[in-house]
Write a protein that binds this ligand. Structure first.
Ligand code: SF4
Length: 439
């Protein structure tokens, strides 16, 4: 039996796809092993958004060769689609597969026999027009379920549409079927994942279903107690969806909404499809219906043309928003996008300084959000990671709660009262009811 090992860089979508490719190998009789277990085949799933994608890819290939010098090394993923030739020139790489080919990997690389030259099979991105269903099985508690792929937007900093192609989706029927399969395996929480998740429902360029319809159908799936929406563009987060989440017992009061900038001038340069007023409106609608809702925000700082005043406008805008945490990214140039040619380049030093300022703001926001929840009752779904005799889990509204490890609690939901924040900035809790709620 041949052994195969995987390495994933990047986002949740990549993790769900690696997991699916792994299951395909297992169905064909391969044994899935750890990276260091001398596999016969390595599959490295790359990312184009990560900084130094090339350097990271080289490093992983080198490590792979160290652990299994004769292994067949295959590179897939966004970076493989964008730079197939460069990747094929990395010493040790045997095959590079693009977005349209990665799910046929086992068939295409029949037998995984090394050739004189690396095999490069990366069609034009326009060929990547079919949707391939994927979900991850990292642990027993939570699964990332891909419902949508690709993006039809053209944000001026983003290379994802070039790496993943046009927006396309699974059907509601298929997503519900996957959710039922996941429920049967005992997983309690599903995170709906996509490149532009809110754009769900396009089939061959035509809108046949909507994200709102999808959440309504998923809400009826028995056996899954928790759904989260991984990230949704503010212009696609309609009041219908917000109201539905507010009234659902299964969709958690937690949104992650990319803002990117709090300056309308920069939002326009970024080619985002909303202005800051719309964003503020979404946040206030959510909070008026769900005062305890957790809201995460993505922000890019140091975009070309962002002056100190523009940055402060972003800082003050976010400071005034009732949001719970930020993911901050210093702007980084990507080939074949519009932004690098725009005037007003911001120095790396300023990009990092601005990012540090927002990260400090994020800590403050998070602490404030946690403090608002002290004394309140929630349900915590405990996970199976144990560290220093402690385990962790999340409340409905994404407060991370720490507790003394108890094997009985793994993958169980417990009714607790939040008591206070410890030195590690984690929430502590006490039991609200004696019994463990077995959902
Ligand atoms: S919405 Fe913009 S940032 Fe997001 S994937 Fe599409 S182009 Fe990239």
């Amino acid at each position: 039996m041949k052994k195969v090992a995987f390495y994933t860089l990047g986002c949740k979508l990549n993790y769900s796809e690696t997991s699916t490719i792994g299951r395909m190998f297992q169905e064909r009789g391969f044994e899935k092993v750890e990276f260091t277990d001398k596999p016969d085949i390595y599959v490295i799933n790359t990312c184009s958004v990560t900084d130094n994608a090339d350097k990271k890819c080289r490093k992983i290939v080198k490590e792979a060769q160290k652990h299994s010098p004769d292994a067949f090394i295959t590179i897939v993923g966004c970076y493989a689609q964008l730079k197939p030739k460069e990747i094929s020139e990395i010493p040790g790489v045997d095959a590079v597969l693009g977005a349209a080919e990665k799910f046929q990997l086992v068939d295409i690389l029949d037998g995984f026999v090394k050739q004189d030259k690396p095999q490069v099979l990366a069609s034009a991105i326009s060929e990547a027009n079919t949707f391939h269903n994927s979900y991850s099985f990292g642990d027993r508690t939570r699964t990332f379920l891909k419902v949508q792929d690709g993006c039809d937007y053209s944000c001026s900093f983003c290379t994802i549409p070039l790496a993943r192609g046009n927006s396309r989706s699974d059907t509601i029927e298929n997503v519900v079927r996957s959710a039922n399969e996941i429920a049967e395996s005992g997983v309690k929480e599903i995170v709906l994942t996509g490149v532009n998740t809110g754009d769900f429902g396009l089939q061959e360029g035509k809108r046949v279903e909507t994200f709102y319809q999808l959440v309504q159908e998923l809400d009826k799936v028995e056996g899954i107690n928790r759904f989260r929406i991984s990230s949704i563009e503010p212009n696609l987060l309609s009041n219908d969806i917000i109201e539905f989440v507010a009234n659902s017992n299964k969709f958690m009061p937690h949104f992650h909404i990319p803002l990117q900038s709090g300056s309308n001038k920069i939002l326009k340069l970024m080619r985002r499809r909303y202005l800051r007023e719309l964003y503020a409106d979404r946040v206030s609608t959510i909070k008026s219906l769900m005062p305890h809702c957790c809201i995460g925000v993505d922000v890019i700082v140091g975009f070309p043309g962002e002056t100190e005043e523009d940055f402060l406008e972003t800082y003050n805008f976010i400071n005034g928003l009732d949001v719970s945490y930020l993911h901050v990214f210093p702007y980084s140039e990507r080939e074949n996008t519009l932004a690098p040619d725009m005037p007003g380049k911001v120095s790396i030093k300023d990009r990092n300084r601005r990012a540090d300022m927002l990260r400090i703001l994020s800590e403050k926001k998070k602490r404030h959000f946690y403090e608002q929840n002290i004394g309140k009752e929630f349900h915590v779904l405990f996970e199976d990671d144990v560290k220093d005799g402690l385990m962790e889990g999340f409340t409905e509204n994404y407060v991370r709660v720490v507790a003394k490890y108890d094997p009985v609690l793994v993958n169980e939901t417990k009714h607790v009262r939040l008591t206070g924040i410890n030195k590690e900035s984690l929430m502590e809790a006490e039991e609200a009811y004696a019994e463990v709620l077995k959902h």
